[in-house]
Design a protein around this ligand. Structure first.
Ligand code: ZN
Ligand code: ZN
Length: 368
């Protein structure tokens, strides 16, 4: 989908929300609409409601980004400001006689809003800004062909890194060293960054759902959970595998098999038209029947894209229907405090026929 088409779709959504213009300040949204990747940016998009050109946009940034904005946001009007982009955009809207503008209240602080209002003529301050929610973010939930291509590449790199980690991990090595090796390999392979701080949680820390890598040493016997992702061409990957060092103790293998069954059952439930809650229940039901659901303390998954956590949320009772082109994670886990934890996570592309796993690394029981 071209950037122009994305802007037209955002304009149509803004028009439906009843505003003349949309002020976009959340950087991933700005990037998705304009191609611009700078750290100070705002975009004003005409909804076409007052007879203007729907989808016409002006990008605001500062002097550090003059050349970059021209190159990345080719064909767009760019305003270089000496102040915060959102304030410059507000001033510009006041001068352009725009009187009703939608903004994303979920990504705007109370102070931001006060400053945006202050930049307007006094007469229009009170009624100018209308909260319209995650309007652009929601459009981003469904990926186009180019985005899916990039996400496939990011996910495939994640798989290669996991396979490399299997070769380096051994008892006595610190969690931090495992993360360091993996992240070094990621950068060499072209990753711009990690999607989030790498999680390497060895038994009993594997019972912490978000155990960042520490100086703890990998044990001779026990689980190690590896949850990590790379950013490649702007798009995030996300995957988790749990492997076992040494021979399994009583209960460990059963727990692993139950999580794997829950994960595979949820992946099999993915299809356009199915609700997020139904996919969550597919995973939760398996763990309930195994008597382990009380240890499954988080939701089943989340959307992923330019951001590591996007919508839709795959949680209990979520009525949001999945749509073809969404990329989501399926990541059930169980966590037994003081003992161990197991989580298995894939990235899954939603299609009309089902879910396609983008992270096909093995999920079979691994004993290192
Ligand atoms: Zn993850
Ligand atoms: Zn995840």
């Amino acid at each position: 989908m071209s950037l122009i088409l994305r802007r037209k779709r955002a304009a149509a959504a803004a028009k439906a929300a009843g505003v003349e213009s949309l002020l976009v300040t959340h950087l991933p949204d700005v990037r998705w609409l304009s191609g611009f990747t700078g750290s100070n940016a705002a975009l004003v998009l005409d909804s076409g409601r007052k007879g203007g050109t729907a989808g016409r946009a002006v990008l605001f940034t500062d002097g550090r980004y003059t050349a970059q904005a021209k190159a990345e946001a080719a064909g767009m009007k760019v305003v270089i400001a000496r102040k915060s982009a959102a304030i410059a955009a507000s001033e510009w809207m006041g001068e352009a006689r725009i009187r009703r503008c939608g903004f994303d209240e979920g990504n705007t602080t109370v102070a931001d809003l006060a400053n945006m209002r202050k930049a307007l003529p006094a007469a229009v301050r009170r009624k100018m800004f209308e909260p319209v929610g995650f309007l652009v973010a929601k459009l981003r939930w469904v990926k186009d062909a180019e985005e899916i291509k990039r996400m496939r590449a990011a996910a495939a790199l994640g798989c290669r890194l996991f396979e490399g980690a299997l070769k380096t991990m051994q008892p006595g090595m610190t969690e931090a060293a495992v993360a360091a090796e993996l992240e070094y390999a990621a950068r060499l392979a072209g990753a711009e960054a990690m999607s989030f701080p790498t999680i390497v949680a060895s038994c009993p820390r594997s019972a912490l759902p978000h155990g960042r890598a520490t100086r703890a040493k990998l044990p001779r016997r026990g689980f190690v959970t590896l949850d990590f992702g790379v950013v490649l061409d702007g798009y995030c990957s996300d995957m988790t595998r749990t492997v076992h060092l040494g021979q399994a103790r009583a209960g460990e293998r059963n727990a692993y098999d139950a999580v794997l069954e829950a994960q595979e059952t949820a992946v099999a439930a993915v299809r356009a038209g199915v609700t997020a809650g139904e996919v969550d229940e597919a995973a939760r039901g398996v763990l309930r029947r195994a008597g382990l659901d009380k240890w499954f303390t988080h939701s089943t998954g989340h959307g992923v894209g330019l951001e590591i956590h996007e919508g839709p949320r795959l949680a209990a009772k979520q009525t949001q229907a999945l749509e073809a082109g969404m990329v989501i994670t399926i990541e059930p886990g169980i966590y037994m405090p003081g003992k161990f934890g197991v989580r298995i996570e894939d990235m899954v592309l939603v299609t009309a026929k089902g879910g396609e796993i983008l992270t096909p690394s093995t999920k079979a029981w691994i004993e290192l």
